[in-house]
Design a protein around this ligand. Structure first.
Ligand SMILES: NC(=O)c1ccc[n+]([C@@H]2O[C@H](COP(=O)([O-])OP(=O)(O)OC[C@H]3O[C@@H](n4cnc5c(N)ncnc54)[C@H](OP(=O)(O)O)[C@@H]3O)[C@@H](O)[C@H]2O)c1
Length: 260
């Protein structure tokens, strides 16, 4: 099979596709021959004229509606939806540090944005009995960090569960639905965060990285994932080579989650 062109003719949307794992996924799908649309609130810092950028705040229902209408009116259909957008912006300190607004904004971005986008794009996928939906969750969905990311971990657990339910409903109608749960990814934001930890602790970046890995209970492979490694997994899952995969979760964490 010609992997270089295996997505030729396919229309793909990657949310949060301007940075980090989303950007790597968008570029991976482009490489495989797909037409790729990306969304985020701000324009990408790194230009790539082959990526069709739609500015939108997906934590709002209007933002989702805008993306669904623009994609369907420009291309008439969507074949591949990668719900990659996700983030944790709430304060650390456990349950007492968190307001209703913290919970609400985290659930909007991490759970309700994918739910709304799926609802917007699924009817035309079902009509054509063709489509793939990926939900990028996190190992925190099963391995929560209560002190720093309580609402995020709960939202990702909800996303995993929803993804399985949706798969049960739409797989018989020809649409594959999958979950990808990464462990720590070495994104630009992650690199900046490590540099800040190192600066504050007067240590090296390597020591800061080791400290984060220790806090996670260790990463057997000894390092975080590169965004391109997550993108490679997604590139396979959305391809015809993965035609029988639906309703399953793929953990990519260098062994972080212990066997339970
Ligand atoms: N990084 C990790 O270690 C890690 C680990 C496990 C799982 N994950 C998951 O992997 C996925 C990608 O994470 P990442 O770290 O690569 O992300 P990232 O580098 O923080 O990038 C986030 C992307 O989402 C966009 N975005 C954020 N809020 C948005 C909103 N309300 N509406 C529309 N777009 C929005 C950002 O652009 P704007 O800010 O311009 O909107 C950006 O394009 C997420 O689902 C994350 O939860 C990450």
């Amino acid at each position: 099979m010609d992997y270089q062109n295996e997505l030729s003719g396919k229309i793909a949307l990657v949310t949060g596709g301007t940075k980090g794992a989303g950007r790597a996924i968008a570029e991976r799908l482009l490489q495989a021959g797909a037409t790729v649309i990306i969304t985020a609130r701000n324009a990408p810092e790194k230009e790539n004229s082959k990526l069709h950028f739609i500015p939108s705040d997906l934590s709002k229902a209007e933002g989702t509606q805008k993306v669904v209408s623009e994609v369907l009116s420009a291309y008439g259909r969507l074949d591949i939806l990668v719900n990659n957008l996700g983030s944790s912006t709430t304060p650390a300190g456990g349950f007492t540090a968190l307001s209703d607004e913290d919970w609400e904004s985290t659930l909007q971005a991490n759970l309700l944005a994918p739910v709304r986008l799926d609802r917007g794009f699924l009817p035309q996928m079902i009509n054509r009995k063709n489509g793939v939906i990926i939900h990028i969750a996190s190992i925190q969905g099963i391995l929560p960090l209560y002190d720093s990311t309580l609402p995020y971990a709960a939202a990702k657990a909800g996303l995993r569960n929803y993804s399985k339910s949706l798969s049960n409903e739409v797989s018989p109608k020809g649409v594959r639905v999958l979950t990808v749960s990464p462990g720590w990814i070495n994104t630009g934001a992650s690199k900046a965060w490590l540099a800040e930890i190192a600066r504050n602790a007067n240590s090296t970046v390597e020591e800061a990285q080791q400290g984060v890995m220790d806090a996670l209970g260790g990463i057997p492979y000894g390092r975080p994932a590169e965004p391109e490694e997550v993108a490679e997994l997604v590139g396979f899952l959305v391809s015809p080579r993965a035609s029988y995969l639906s309703g399953t979760e793929y953990v990519i964490d260098g062994g972080t989650v212990p066997t339970i």
